[in-house]
Design a protein around this ligand. Structure first.
Ligand code: NDP
Length: 622
């Protein structure tokens, strides 16, 4: 089958420019998409990319030029190379991105480990290299000199005036699934399917864009759709019992009419509208998200701190004016039901919205073709109403700020129920700790743009329910529990718990900020001391600093904080420890999801990272 009239034909061997560099490697053309005007090409290591025509060269002319090139370079040429961040790419063709990574990190490795690393990395055949300045700093000079003289160098460097591009520019290239993702059972995108002729079929069968099914696949989706709301109901009903324990399973169900309260629904709608209004007000920074597969970068109004400040003032004004916020405590079940209803309606809307989205706007997961699974997982990556980003809004605003409002209401309810003049120490600690967590998240709101939820997950029931129902109605369980289960704390205990919280917070904040800063500007001078591993996508991985201690230092900090949230509630019941237990499960699962995703994205470079940073979350333990 011949492709539409385009310069390069399917099956043709050409030279493709490697993202983020001025290097060209032999690639095979797999297809052409007339819509995006991109060629799908495959490199020798199986990496598939989408390239613009201007990044492809005819192989014949290229070889002639390469052969005729004198190795005694002109000063001009030398200059050009020394400017290029990709200058180390004049190395042997047997060196891979991972090999360079190994060279970069081997300096500090014992020699036995070096040999093993070298053996591992030299086995891969492709050598597209793109190094950040940090990575270059780490590169082995000896290696460079040796390879300078390697006239048998098979890598062709195209001497163009095009300067190497910064890492972030790689957004214009679209990395596809690697061949070696063998064990999964995704519906693979066949390159031919991307040809214009098949474009309609591809659009009609978005399953082609899918990755391995998560959360137990299609059967799992049914399970979670039923289990998650049932679990929220269970814990909400437990929190009010005198003896909240698993022995009370199933909890006594209230009559059906008790679930519903129109006023509660009105309250929730007002709250969401207030947050939406604060979100669209033109205060605060407009931040750019990470590049999408199209190269586009969406803008987000990151004014979360402003939103929580106004919300806090509104809550204070309400109390001052005599509004009884303990209503939130006494109508917890009805509020949860109303919010659940809204999350279901929103998820249905999101599913329908996604049916009108371009295939390029769909997330890699959540497009299995199975309605229930896709409804659960979310099909569209960034559903928007004009500039109003629904996923970002739900992730950061009504639920997260609502969490603090509920906690505050629980403190008022505790004072009322326990006849106290001020909330108990336990209640104050829980309120302050969780408020700090939320305020920090909103202050650093931009950082959410580099997280999995924003970058990879589609927006469907899983996130809508999680953001709107799960977070505000289960993360508040400790405060809810304390209203009717006082747990007096001694001052030394208060001090110890605060210290624990601060340690967790420090690890959490520092590690998240480090990665966020690196992803936003890999050549940030403040990060130049860190070692990195270049990957085939053009992005690098941090391999020292916080991300060299464990693979998810941010999860470690988060878990320590979770412990500090539960401790104020004592050990009489399991219920306030629910968050801790749930969070361990969530983060362990999230870590494994992220591991598979990163292995898919980064291939051998990721394996190299895992070999270097052995533990996932807890040093020397897990
Ligand atoms: P991360 O912020 O850890 O993001 C993972 C991504 O970071 C990877 O996919 C990869 O993306 C990049 N990455 C991984 N390793 C490296 C490395 N060595 N160098 C550079 N980049 C790397 O994941 P989450 O989104 O899960 O978590 C964000 C925060 O949110 C965490 O602190 C977590 O604890 C918290 N969280 C809290 C929850 C709660 O309910 N309280 C729920 C979930 C998360 P790429 O390479 O594509 O940039």
């Amino acid at each position: 089958m011949k492709m539409p009239s385009v310069k390069y034909q399917r099956g043709e061997m050409v030279m493709g420019r490697w993202p983020g560099s001025s290097l060209y490697y032999e690639v095979k053309v797999l297809g052409y998409d007339t819509k995006s005007q991109l060629y799908t090409v495959i490199y020798k290591d199986g990496t598939e990319l989408e390239l613009k025509e201007q990044d492809i060269r005819n192989i014949a002319g290229f070889q002639t030029r390469s052969r005729s090139r004198s190795r005694s370079r002109s000063p001009g040429r030398r200059r050009s190379r020394s400017r290029s961040p990709a200058r180390t790419t004049r190395r042997s063709s047997s060196r891979t991105a991972a090999a360079v990574a190994a060279a970069a990190i081997m300096e500090s490795a014992p020699s036995s480990r070096r040999d093993a690393k070298l053996k591992d990395t030299l086995e891969v055949r492709l050598s597209p290299l793109q190094q950040t300045s940090a990575a270059e700093n780490n590169s082995n000079n000896k290696h460079e000199k040796k390879e300078e003289n390697n006239t048998a160098n098979k890598v062709n460097e195209f001497e163009s005036k095009v300067e190497a591009e910064p890492e972030l520019n790689q957004g214009r290239y679209n990395l596809r699934r690697r061949k070696e993702d063998g064990d999964a059972k995704p519906v693979e995108t066949k390159p031919e399917q991307l040809e214009e002729k098949d474009a309609k079929v591809a659009a009609a069968a978005p399953a082609n864009l899918s990755t391995p099914l998560d959360f137990g696949g299609k059967i799992g989706a049914y399970f979670w759709l039923l289990f998650l709301p049932a679990w929220v109901l269970f814990v909400v009903l437990q929190g009010d019992l005198e003896d909240p324990s698993l022995v009370n399973f199933p909890p006594p169900l209230p009559p059906l009419e008790e679930f519903w309260d129109a006023q509660a629904l009105g309250f929730v709608i007002l709250w969401v509208l207030l947050q939406a209004l604060l979100y669209i007000l033109p205060f605060g920074k407009l931040s750019e998200g990470m590049p999408l597969s199209s190269g586009e970068r969406l803008k987000y109004r990151t004014n979360g701190f402003f939103a929580i400040t106004v919300s806090a003032l509104a809550a204070a004004a309400a109390v001052y004016l005599g509004v009884d916020l303990t209503y939130i405590h006494s109508h917890f079940l009805q509020l949860a039901t109303a919010t659940f209803l809204i999350s279901v309606l929103l998820s249905a809307y999101l599913y329908v919205h996604s049916c009108y989205a371009e295939p390029a706007q769909l997330a890699l997961g959540g497009n299995s073709g199975n309605v229930v699974y896709d409804f659960f997982k979310g099909r569209e990556l960034n559903p928007r109403i004009k500039n109003f980003d629904l996923k970002f809004f739900c992730e950061m605003r009504p639920g997260l700020i609502g969490w603090c409002l509920i906690n505050f209401a629980m403190a008022l309810a505790e004072m009322k129920e326990q006849r106290l003049d001020a909330p108990s120490y336990s209640m104050i600690l829980v309120n302050l700790f969780q408020l700090l967590y939320v305020v920090d998240g909103l202050w650093n709101e931009e950082a959410i743009l580099t997280t999995m939820d924003l970058m990879h997950d589609g927006f469907g029931f899983m996130l809508a329910f999680g953001d709107l129902v799960w977070v505000p109605f289960t993360y508040t369980l400790q405060a809810y529990y304390l209203v009717s289960h006082p747990n007096p704390l001694s001052l030394p205990a208060v001090g110890a718990i605060i210290t624990l919280k601060l340690v967790g917070f420090y690890i959490f904040r520092k590690s998240n900020s480090e990665k966020n800063a690196f992803r936003r500007n890999p050549s940030d001078p403040k990060l130049s001391h860190l070692k990195t591993i270049p990957t085939a996508t053009g992005k690098s991985l941090l391999v020292s600093g916080w991300w060299g201690v464990v693979r998810h230092p941010n999860y470690l900090g988060d878990l320590i904080m979770a412990l500090a949230w539960s401790l104020p509630c004592g050990f009489s019941h399991l219920l306030p420890w629910y968050y801790m237990i749930y969070f361990i499960i969530l983060l362990v699962h999230r870590d494994s999801r992220d591991m598979s995703e990163c292995r898919r994205k980064y291939g051998s470079a990721w394996d190299e990272y895992c070999r270097t940073v052995r533990y996932r979350i807890i040093p020397r333990v897990y």
